[in-house]
Design a protein around this ligand. Structure first.
Ligand SMILES: Cc1ncc(C[n+]2csc(CCOP(=O)(O)OP(=O)(O)O)c2C)c(N)n1
Ligand SMILES: [Mg+2]
Length: 556
């Protein structure tokens, strides 16, 4: 049976399991939009294509499946760049479908042409450095193979973004529907097996160690290995810290949780690692700049190290390991857990993590190294309030990060999605909107006022589609991080950091959403009664002094 290429693309998306697609139409992509008209895929009209890519990424993070976005040629495609780059650095399976001028006008200066011919914008070159796979599909004879390649990258265990650009005339060509049969959508064929030898060597290192510490990375969450991780930690009394991205890999409110590791964290895990641990078990953690305290050699000096990652490039990238193993974290932790049960491996001596944290806190206070002074007490109280309000779990997208790293203990039922990727401002709101299509859990987007300015109109997307969303806006009338750096390193020569905000109560009113203003702890008292945090669209504004600086240095 002959169908249009545009319909093949829609069926391809359906085959990938795409449930929502975020974008803005333009005439160069209308055939695909017309195909979406008859599809169960929900299309969401956004305000800016950058946000569409962030939404696709947010959706992928929370659903565990493929996120999708769609734009027209030229500016529609170029507006995607930061969002796609973010998915690239976060290894997210995001597919972007973009239109393109018809091939017969290539090189003649067609409207919005981005074929690279005749001096036009070159989309292929533009996306080359930020995608795992990108194709300007100029013909249909290789369409099946192109789509199969795209699926390979999207459904891989180390996925990344794919951009497919299709000229208008190609979208309208008729091809045989059997093209779709060339595409392997199911790729879970063989269960990864971890050789016994590696489990035995891991157990030998654990047996030899008196004070092991697990450093959990996002790989544990991606592999869905949280239960095995908790079982190993509890059975053997091994405390757990995590990278920022893996907060909640074990319940941070549980007895063996040390909080997250990193320059902007509470600092307990770093102290435990340095002062106590004799074996670090690094599971799917990249050890990038912040997690590794700028690759501080003291951190792992004199310790044994086990490192397991499904990505060979991560292994021994920064530190040498006594055992480095490329493996799926789910398979490894499952096998390790089973072996610990079978072999009745004795628990390590009990560890008083709460006592260690209290003592470390005192040490930090005495050294004047506390990151937040009393000017942030209401922010701390807000996060405590949040923990109480949502014991059953929430999903948090966080562009601020520093507050959550210090104040919020992510439970095993929460999902914490910090703005990693390329750390672009203006991410949390669209990413949370993307997740709204994937989860019924309460959604929070935490964002500074500088970042809010970059994406605030997307709140109207949530309004249009009645997506429940809580936006927590940290209002300090400044780009606080920049102001802090100009205070610490540039003698208070403040330039281009401060600004005047709109009145956010009026702003919220004009959007038809709820608004609350938190200036101190007392304002939290009746907050839950004033807005429906589960089903409403709420803007919670937290006022912070412009001259209140977190006490850490990013050294730049
Ligand atoms: C797209 C983008 N532009 C610039 C930056 C650099 N940058 C990092 S933090 C920051 C200031 C953030 O201000 P705000 O969102 O108000 O948060 P605050 O630090 O005040 O809490 C800037 C400009 C960035 N990360 N992303
Ligand atoms: Mg700010």
């Amino acid at each position: 049976m002959k169908i249009q290429v545009s319909q093949v693309l829609v069926r391809f998306l359906e085959g990938l399991g795409v449930r929502c697609i975020f974008g803005i139409p333009g005439s160069h992509i209308l055939p695909v939009y017309d195909g979406l008209y008859d599809s169960p895929i929900k299309s969401v009209l956004v305000k800016h294509e950058q946000a569409a890519a962030f939404m696709a990424g947010g959706h992928a993070r929370v659903s565990g499946g493929v996120g999708a976005c769609i734009t027209t040629a030229g500016p529609g495609a170029t507006n995607l760049v930061t969002g796609i780059a973010s998915a690239y650095t976060d290894n997210l399976p995001v597919i972007a479908i973009t239109g393109e001028a018809p091939t017969h006008i290539f090189g003649k200066g067609g409207l919005q042409e981005s074929s690279g011919e005749g001096g036009s914008v070159d989309q292929v070159a533009l996306f080359a450095g930020i995608t795992r796979y990108h194709k300007l599909i100029e013909r249909t004879d290789y369409l099946g193979s192109v789509l199969n390649q795209a699926a390979t990258h999207l459904l891989s265990v180390t996925p990344g973004p794919v951009v497919l650009s299709i000229p208008y005339n190609v979208q309208k060509e008729l091809v045989d529907a059997s093209i779709l049969e060339q595409i392997a959508f199911a790729r879970t064929g063989c269960e990864p097996v971890v050789p016994d030898e590696y489990i035995d060597r891991s157990l030998a290192l654990i047996r030899e160690s008196e004070r092991p510490l697990i450093i959990a990375g996002y790989g544990c969450i991606r592999a869905g290995a949280q239960a095995a991780l908790a079982s190993i930690s509890e059975r053997l009394n091994i405390p757990v810290t995590s990278s920022m991205k893996a907060k909640g890999a074990v319940d941070e409110r549980s007895a063996l949780a040390l909080g997250s590791l990193g320059v902007t964290s509470g600092g307990y895990a770093m102290r435990y690692l340095e002062q106590e641990a004799d074996l670090a078990i690094v599971l799917g953690a990249g050890f990038n700049e912040r997690t590794s305290y700028v690759w501080d050699k003291k951190l792992l000096a004199g310790k044994k190290l086990i490192q397991v990652d499904n990505n060979a490039q991560q292994l021994q990238k920064v530190f040498r390991a006594d055992l480095a193993l490329q493996a799926d974290l789910g398979a490894y932790l499952g096998a390790l857990d089973a072996a610990i049960r079978q072999q009745d491996i004795p628990a390590r001596a009990p560890v008083d993590v709460a006592g260690f944290i209290t003592a470390a806190q005192q040490e930090i206070d005495d050294a004047g190294e506390r990151i937040f002074n009393r000017q942030f007490d209401h922010v701390r109280a807000f996060y405590r309030w949040l923990e109480q309000q949502f014991p059953e779990g929430l999903v948090m997208f966080d562009d601020n990060i520093v507050f959550a790293q210090n104040f919020y203990r992510v439970s095993g039922r929460d999902r914490f999605c910090p703005n990693t990727g390329i750390s672009s401002l203006g991410h949390a709101i669209p990413a949370a909107i993307g997740a709204a299509c994937a989860t019924g859990k309460p959604l929070f987007a935490m964002i500074g006022d500088g970042g809010f300015h970059m994406c605030a109109m997307e709140i109207m997307t949530a309004v249009n589609y009645e997506f429940a969303l809580n936006v927590v806006l940290f209002n300090n009338d400044t780009m606080g991080l920049i102001r802090k750096n100009q205070h610490q390193h540039y003698n208070d020569r403040f330039i281009d950091c401060d600004f005047t905000n709109p009145d956010f109560a009026t702003f919220a009113q004009s959007f038809g959403i709820n608004h609350a203003r938190i200036e101190n702890e007392r304002d939290l008292a009746d907050l839950a009664g004033r807005m429906d945090l589960h089903n409403g669209i709420n803007l919670i504004e937290i006022i912070i002094d412009q001259d209140a600086y977190p006490n850490y240095s990013s050294r730049r």
